[in-house]
Design a protein around this ligand. Structure first.
Ligand code: FAD
Ligand code: SIN
Length: 529
């Protein structure tokens, strides 16, 4: 097997990438490239669970309606219905692979999260993602046709552009032939050819100063697709999770929404439960509402955090349902069953991304996308909790069907040139990268966060443009490295978020601006090129 060409190239080893790989592997060779260790992904940190209709008193219609309500008019109802209806089969498949989800009294235990009208979240205690990643990786590693290349960083998607044809619009006909990939052990850029490529690079939480996402979430997939002139949609809708642990050493560790589903109460510094002032669903209102309520409390009271109160829930129940969260708080000298837990909102999920059909097809032939990097239309202006793992798994499997068909009728494009880094030099200017990254994260946090305004967005746009010019010039002169490529990608993603937010002259779902606090009557989707 040639290690630099495959029938199928998969970029990313989270739930979407691994699931897709398993579905295509019987037809040909599969190369999965992943920039760190194979398990390192947003998937691995998912806590709450997967939303699925499994209870007799629940229905697909209710799950669809809850998703549409959270999505504030921007969901594609057909996509929502199809993904929701695939839920039970998706869970059955994971269980057949060996996934162990929490059961009580012989039945899968279903919990509730914000925006859900029914208990429908299946989970593996508070480490659901780790369990999914575990079973998918075990299958992938056992498959003779699949090769996983760890510490390989995808830098650019290969298209006609690399054969000298200038492509300027996402509407122009173009193809993906693989990717240029930096092997971080040898520091060489490899040309990896494929008949069909799946982008499964996950989200971009790292563009914000405070995020629940691990370091891998730098938006590389969206940035690469944008540079390759794929259609990118709805980037203004960044979800802030209301409850990340506030502690200097806790790195915005997530306290799952399922904790509120178990009855946790949000309290301000005076000890008052404040959510009823904002929404009749109290702590279980959708995330945009809860995050804005917390933001309002912090700004009005000049506080740095609010509290999550679970002291009324028994220790046995906390240990059984949230062993990981309980242990993490204890590590920081907080016992959830006796202490109030300081929390703040943090950037959590990218609802927009590379536009795809429900079958993962992008606007570039041979390029498919699934998972958080993709914008299928299920989430609209705000993702309903625990819908993303479901979407990632369902769309990855559907994309596999299309990619198999596509690969049957296409060949490797050997005319693609090797990476050309002539004229670039090694540099020791790492401070430029680390400083600019901090600056970008601070700009995005201060000006493009939970509450926006024209003034803040314009300021963010100007500052980000300067960073773009500086980093682009540095990139042209410098031998590539992961930190430099990531910074370049984070700037591109920030530009897309800011630009989309500037265009949306209304408040809808996760996009709230003080200059246009009302929602318009018309529905607008924003594609940026
Ligand atoms: P990921 O799982 O993030 O995988 C992306 C992969 O791409 C990684 O392997 C990464 O290393 C690789 N990669 C990225 N860029 C490159 C590159 N340039 N080159 C090579 N490889 C690259 N959703 C739910 O539905 N339920 C939950 O309970 C839930 N809890 C969550 C808790 C936390 C703390 C977080 C952060 C997210 C949570 N989510 C949850 C969201 C959900 O986990 C993600 O949306 C989902 O796992 C995304 O899966 P993915 O396969 O698209 O991406
Ligand atoms: C959580 O457990 O609160 C995260 C769920 C999600 O992001 O869907």
């Amino acid at each position: 097997m040639n290690m630099n060409s495959y029938d199928f190239l998969v970029i990313g080893s989270g739930s979407a990438g691994l699931s897709f790989a398993l579905e295509v592997a019987d037809q040909g060779t599969v190369g999965i490239i992943t920039k760190k260790n194979k398990a390192e992904s947003n998937t691995n940190y998912a806590q709450g669970g997967i939303a699925t209709v499994l209870d007799d008193t629940d229905s697909y219609e209710k799950h669809v309606q809850d998703t549409l309500t959270a999505g504030a008019g921007l969901c594609d109802p057909d996509v929502v219905a199809q993904i929701v209806k695939s839920g039970p089969d998706t869970i059955r498949k994971l269980i057949e692979m060996g996934a162990e989800f929490t059961s009580r009294e012989g039945k899968l235990h279903l919990v509730r999260e914000g925006g859900h009208s029914h208990n429908r979240i299946i989970h593996a205690a508070d480490m659901t993602g780790r369990e999914i990643e575990r079973v998918l990786l075990a299958r992938v590693e056992a498959h003779p046709n699949i090769t996983i290349l760890e510490h390989h960083f995808a830098m650019e998607l290969i298209t006609e552009h690399h054969l000298g044809t200038k492509v300027t619009k996402y509407t122009e006909d173009k193809h993906c032939y693989g990717a240029y990939v930096l092997n971080t052990k040898t520091e060489e850029v490899e040309r990896v050819l494929a008949k069909a490529t799946l982008l499964a690079t996950g989200g971009a939480g790292q563009v914000y100063l405070h995020t629940t996402n691990p370091e891998i979430a730098t938006g590389d997939g969206v940035a690469m697709a944008y540079r390759a002139k794929a259609r990118v949609s709805n980037m203004e809708f960044i979800q802030f999770h209301p409850t990340a642990l506030h502690h200097p050493d806790a790195d915005s560790f997530l306290i799952s929404e399922a904790v509120r589903g178990h009855g946790a109460i949000l309290r301000n510094s005076s000890g008052e439960a404040f959510m009823s002032e904002y929404d009749e669903r109290n702590e279980l209102a959708p995330r945009d509402i809860v995050a804005r309520a917390i933001d309002d409390q912090l700004k009005r009271r000049g506080d740095d955090y609010v509290y999550l109160d679970v002291r009324h829930i028994s220790k046995d129940e906390m240990l059984e349902s949230f062993p990981n969260i309980y242990a993490k708080c204890l590590e920081h000298n907080m016992d959830m069953t006796t202490d109030l837990i300081p929390i703040v909102p943090a950037a959590h999920y990218m609802c927009g991304g590379v536009w795809t059909t429900i079958d993962g097809e992008t606007t570039i032939s041979g390029l498919f996308a699934a998972g958080e990097v993709a914008c299928t239309g299920i989430h609209g202006a705000n993702r309903l909790a625990s819908n993303s793992l479901l979407e990632a798994l369902v769309v990855a499997d559907r994309a596999a069907v299309k990619a198999r068909e596509y690969a049957k009728n296409s060949a490797l494009n050997e005319a693609i040139p090797e990476w050309d880094d002539s004229g670039t030099v090694n540099t020791e200017e790492w401070v430029l990268i680390s400083h600019n990254m901090r600056e970008l994260q601070q700009i995005m946090w201060d000006y493009v966060g939970i509450v926006r305004s024209d003034l803040r967005l314009n300021r963010a746009f100007r500052r980000t443009k300067l960073l773009h010019e500086e980093v682009e010039s540095f990139y042209q002169r410098t031998k590539v490295s992961v930190p430099l490529c990531q910074l370049r990608n984070m700037i591109a993603v920030s530009y897309l978020i800011i630009k989309s937010a500037m265009i949306r002259k209304e408040s809808r779902g996760l996009h709230y601006t003080t200059d246009y606090p009302e929602m318009k009557d018309i529905i607008e989707h924003h594609n940026i090129l």
